[in-house]
Design a binder for this molecule. Structure first.
Ligand code: PLP
Length: 410
């Protein structure tokens, strides 16, 4: 600390301000979490200095004997955590994990099928401005009238368009996904089946959300969301695909792996293998249920009728406020959220009619049902009178009183 403060006081002040924001705000962004001090320590070690192109035992650089062991530990632990036959822990992030799968299995111009971004999918699953949308012919599936994935329509469309790769997984879908159903469609068509479990990975590791690993050829994930590790990506696969995936990551897509991040992934997987992690994830689910029920009782509609996971989409239209406005005014009350389109959203993507919220971060700081309920009421209080600055300031004081009682890193 002292060193950064002296060498770069300007940057040090920025970090201190961000630390204070993370302590003070109720973090409701569904894709965020607080990594443990052990994970952050590993990421700050000398392993950042090491070049290790290649894989354990087969490197293009000398001096890799120790980082080899770090990578092996990460691989062994993540395989155990999810019951996977093989794993790659080098992907720099979730997007590059997905790109590696495309590089391994597809050629430009091939047809891929993913969940529509407007209905909950991720931009790397075929959004027109993303590489996945530019280089491939994208067909999308979405939701039925009850805002549940329309599996029948997906199956019909897949048979009509014969994609080479089918992707299941979402960034804004609160219910369980029927991975077996997708797998059957992919099998019938001879397509590769990929699951992007980034959002649900922590719940899956704890056995509290359906595990896609037995059903999919490849499963990608981030490590920093519900899984609570460092910022990064992983790929799990059937043994037969190991060579293709490894070669797509390196030398296909990346150069030297981030060995300090891989070490931090190993620590996070070790934490996730402990019994306490299951208790944490049970609390994540329970807090999400309370949040959804309390918001519903306060007149806010939850998309898909509720949640079976850590996250939910809140339809704000009953309060006459857009997602963009809600993000700003909730932020002013020290509750951090992100605006998010709801199905058939009448507003533009930069405005939206919804916000996406989740409970992994609040649960890490120790919130239980009582605090989740209080958070929902504070959230609804803000949206009841968003233009009343004194009212918003009064809510902010209550938020600050709550977060002060639940320090994250102190
Ligand atoms: N896949 C899904 C389902 C996601 O929600 C995200 C991130 O939000 C990603 C992939 C991309 O991860 P990253 O931001 O690490 O590239």
């Amino acid at each position: 600390h002292l060193l950064v403060e002296q060498i770069d006081p300007e940057l040090f002040a920025v970090i201190q301000a961000e630390n204070a924001r993370q302590e003070q705000h109720i973090e409701l962004i569904a894709s965020e979490n607080y990594a443990s001090p052990a994970v952050m320590w590993a990421q700050g070690t000398q392993l950042t200095n090491k070049y290790a192109e290649g894989y354990p035992g087969k490197r293009y650089y000398g001096g890799c004997e120790h980082v080899d062991r770090a990578e092996q530990l990460a691989i062994e632990r993540v395989k155990k955590l999810f019951g996977a036959e093989a794993a790659n822990v080098q992907a720099h992030c979730g997007a590059s994990a997905n790109e590696a799968v495309f590089l391994a299995f597809l050629k430009p111009g091939d047809t891929i099928m993913g969940m529509s971004l407007a209905e909950g999918g991720h931009l790397t699953h075929g959004m027109p401005l993303n590489m996945s949308g530019k280089w491939f012919n994208v067909v999308s599936y979405g939701l039925d009238a009850n805002e549940v994935i329309d599996y029948d329509a997906m199956e019909r469309k897949a048979h009509a368009t014969r994609p080479r790769l089918i992707i299941a997984g979402a960034s804004a879908y609160s219910l369980h996904i029927d991975f077996a159903r997708f797998a059957k469609v992919a099998r019938d068509l001879g397509a590769t089946f990929m699951v992007d479990m980034a959002h649900y990975a922590g719940l899956i590791a704890a056995g509290l959300y359906p595990n896609p690993v037995p059903h999919a050829d490849v499963v990608t994930s981030t490590t920093h969301k519900s899984l609570r590790g460092p910022r990064g990506g992983i790929i799990l696969m059937k043994a037969e695909h190991e060579k293709a995936i490894h070669s797509a990551i390196f030398p296909g897509l990346q150069g030297g792996p981030l060995m300090h991040v891989i070490a931090a992934k190993a620590v996070a997987f070790q934490e996730a293998l402990q019994p306490g992690f299951k208790l944490y994830q049970e609390q994540v689910l329970s807090n999400a249920k309370v949040l959804a029920e309390t918001l519903s009782a306060r007149g806010l509609r939850i998309v898909s009728g509720g949640t079976q996971s850590h996250m939910m989409l809140v339809d704000l239209r009953a309060k006459g406020i857009t997602g963009k406005q809600a993000e700003t005014v909730l932020g002013a009350a020290h509750m951090t959220v992100n605006k998010n389109a709801i199905p058939n959203d009448p507003e533009k993507p930069m405005v939206t009619s919804g916000v996406r919220i989740g409970t992994p971060a609040m649960t890490t700081r120790g919130f239980r049902e009582e605090q989740a309920r209080a958070t929902a009421h504070l959230f609804a209080d803000v949206l009841d009178k968003p233009h009343d600055a004194a009212h918003v300031a009064a809510v902010r004081e209550q938020v600050d009183a709550l977060t002060t009682r639940f320090p994250v890193y102190a």
